[in-house]
Design a protein around this ligand. Sequence first.
Ligand SMILES: C[S@@+](CC[C@H](N)C(=O)[O-])C[C@H]1O[C@@H](n2cnc3c(N)ncnc32)[C@H](O)[C@@H]1O
Length: 425
Amino acid sequence: MNDNPTPPVRHTLPAAEEQVRAIVTQSPNGAAWYTVDSTHLALKFREDTPFEVWQAETRTLLEVARGIQWLVGDALAFGEDHWGEDAAQVFNLEEYTFDAVEKMIRTSKAIPPHRRRPAVGYSVHQEVVGLPVAQQEEILAHAAVSQSTKDEVRSLVRTTRRRLIRESAARQPVPDLALPACTLQVADARNLPLESNTVDLIITSPPYGLDVAYTHGDITAIDWVLFMLAWLPEALRVTKPHGRLALNTPLDTTKGGLRPTYADAVYAATEAGWTYQSTIVWHDNSTTKGNRALGSVDSASRPFHVSQVEMIALFSKGEWGPSSSNPDDISPADWQLAGRGPWTLPGETHAWEGFPAAFPVEIPRRLLHYLSRVGDHVLDPFSGSGTTAVAALKTGRRFTGFDLDPEAINSTQRRLATVSILKVP
Ligand SMILES: C[S@@+](CC[C@H](N)C(=O)[O-])C[C@H]1O[C@@H](n2cnc3c(N)ncnc32)[C@H](O)[C@@H]1O
């Protein structure tokens, strides 16, 4: 170290400075090379600082910066127990929002030092806080090995949380529902236990080949079109002449390669004999493909476009006309709302019993009033958590739902026990 330091000169350290200035008063190794100017809140390196020293010190300081949230959280969570009431006064936390401080305390309490992974960022630790310890450990270990990003961990946490909710729900009793207007049954959409020409309207969202954590697994991307070609003719068979199909799919997907899912679905439906009518664009403000159109930031080299829409393609069996003479029940407001696109409403964020890939009840509710009549027979061959069932029974339609997963059927029965159902006239 130099015994005769030249006067310090301010060096701007663009990324590091903001973080460093908040935490460094003096570093034992770097003290001879830099000082902190508390008037200007700047870190000052001496002009003759060799690059290697600057680099090493900067890296150390960035490491310190990474740990600062643990430090603050630990001090606030445990400081008073150790040093008494004055401990909390040590920190001037004006730079943090109340929420951020709360989160730091919660994170420190939830993940004690011996479970913290040095190779995993603080924000990743924060993501797992709400989970039970066993699942926290599982995800942190995975993140350490795979160098997962915060977004990847967030999605893993969401899936894990849903799985836990579903596992706990599956232990609940299944109510014995005696609803004359409703049939729920385990069945394969490719082979429906239903008479031909009996359904007025199908509202459904099939598995998309997106690797969703369904109990029976998802369809693989490569088999998807074949799968669509297998169930759509069966859906046509059970539908009455002039009956309708509202088919919800994403516009496109990236899992299993880039796929124009909606275009494939329209192709499969028309191949199966359905007559195309039109498409409702549902702007759901979320996607299955990540939430930012990144790829090559601020460059045309490899932009990755994200469309925040799903599609609801409308078809009929033969001519587009009513399949029943039951009374209409659409309000003028709903008529206006339904008839103009796009439909802007958020995707389901709190699905019943943590079911993956559910649509919100508002989607089938609007479709039911728009495309069917009171007392009509509605089918969802991929019934899932029973969202179409809820909307159909609340609006006085008869409903039949099938799903390959017996737990989805049980779950729907628990769900229907909680909703008020309109009697079919
Ligand atoms: C996208 S989810 C339906 C979600 C539903 N719209 C809701 O809001 O809950 C697709 C469902 O199809 C079911 N499924 C997958 N393959 C099937 C098949 N061959 N026949 C019937 N159901 C199937 C899955 O178990 C899953 O519940």
